[in-house]
Ligand binder design. Structure first.
Ligand code: GMT
Length: 377
């Protein structure tokens, strides 16, 4: 199949999922065209089936806001015609589903009819898409998509609750590539670079937006390190990072917390990690938690959104109500204080992650694409 994938190229989960999906489809022989405004961070181009087309938005003094949707839909039209693309798969409704629908209409005008699949990822529904300024356009473009998928049951429920949706929504959960992670695990993982032998290593990875409750991460770690020797690795960048750095100074724990910024070496960081923290306000899925679990790292998370579908309470980690930092710290210590308990949680985390192996999830997308393409033949 010839598929165009539209996504955000940044470190956000939706871009990561879209990129990994495209790369695996390409490995399976499909021709994949990534169409976005810069090269996706995890995109490896060394595959003859993988193409990347940059959307350029020319500047003009009249534009206060650059018309990205316009440039994206025009690029989609051009690439569909040039490469005879058979299907559009847009990740994150805003503005991709809207631009995709416009492209479909323009193509239809020229006698080319192709299907569009929209995957909802989370904040496009729960935080941003739900805003009255966007809601009519988001509702319209979800209803006009040929097929709609959401990354968790919880996100599907939220979408149906918040929008007037007439379309079916199929849940296709996010995934990890266990094979690759297991291959990487054979590379030596020198813990001594980050911590002393007696210290536990705790990690948080995100885009440091408010929704991630970064201050809770610091508070939980503060309580943990009062009881046991520990280090915290903070990976990622975003608006809440500076606040977190200041908090660490205020709590006098700056020597125990390492801020890495954005990283392309997530597997290398997770192989050093004993416990992952994700106390988010809301999380449609929590790909970062799944990536941790796939590396055998248990997770302390909030129980909001789709997190209970990924992290199993008392098995792969623990879940608490949003903001319950005392309970989260107590649960973290339950896991970290005893080597045997920690090892059992590590095994369980990997075991739960196995359900989300790309081998199980990718065929769901392939089947959907086939169904959509056949419908248009
Ligand atoms: O985590 C983020 O804020 C990034 C956001 C995105 O734009 O990609 O992530 C959302 O999609 C991910 C991939 O499907 C999910 O794993 C995240 O849970 C979801 N984030 C939220 O719902 C806050």
């Amino acid at each position: 199949m010839k598929i165009a994938i539209v996504c955000y190229p940044t470190f956000g989960g939706s871009g990561v999922v879209a990129t990994e999906l495209g790369l695996e489809l390409a490995r399976r022989g499909h021709e994949i065209h990534f169409i976005t405004y810069s090269q996706p961070v995890r995109l490896a181009l060394l595959n003859p089936n993988v193409h990347y087309h940059e959307v350029i938005v020319p500047e003009y003094p009249l534009f206060h806001f650059q018309p990205y949707e316009l440039a994206l839909s025009s690029k989609l039209v051009d690439m569909v015609k040039l490469y005879k693309i058979e299907l559009l798969h847009v990740h994150y409704a805003i503005p991709h589903a809207y631009a995709g629908y416009m492209a479909k209409q323009m193509l239809k005008d020229e006698g080319i009819d192709i299907p569009m699949v929209t995957t909802l990822h989370g904040t496009d529904i729960t935080l941003v898409g739900n805003h009255p300024f966007y809601k009519p356009a988001v509702t319209f473009s979800i209803n006009k998509s040929d097929y709609v998928t959401s990354v968790s049951q919880s996100l599907k429920d939220d979408t149906l609750k918040l929008f007037n949706i007439k379309n079916e929504i199929q849940v296709i959960p996010n995934f990890i590539e266990l094979n690759k992670i297991q291959m990487d695990a054979t590379i030596p993982c020198p813990r001594s670079v980050m911590a002393n032998e007696d210290e536990r290593i705790i990690t948080h990875i995100s885009n440091f937006r408010k929704v991630k409750r970064i201050p809770d991460v610091i508070k939980i770690f503060y309580k943990i390190q009062k009881e046991i020797p520990a280090k915290l690795m903070m990976v990622g960048d975003g608006p809440e990072k500076e606040k977190a750095e200041k908090m660490c100074r205020k709590f006098g724990i700056q020597d125990k917390v390492i801020f890495f910024g954005n990283s392309n070496e997530i597997d290398r960081i997770l192989c050093l990690t004993d416990l992952f923290l994700l106390p988010s306000e809301t999380e449609s899925f929590g790909l970062a938690a799944l990536e941790a679990m796939a590396c055998g790292v248990p997770v302390i998370s909030s129980n909001s959104g789709g997190l209970p579908e990924v992290n199993f309470d008392g098995v792969s980690g623990y879940l608490s109500d949003v903001g319950e930092v005392n309970e989260m710290a107590k649960n973290a210590l339950k896991i970290l204080k005893d080597d045997n308990v920690l090892n059992e949680f590590k095994r369980n985390a990997l075991h739960v992650a196995e359900n989300f192996d790309i081998k199980n999830i990718l065929p769901l997308y392939e089947d959907l694409y086939l169904k959509a393409i056949n419908k248009y033949r």
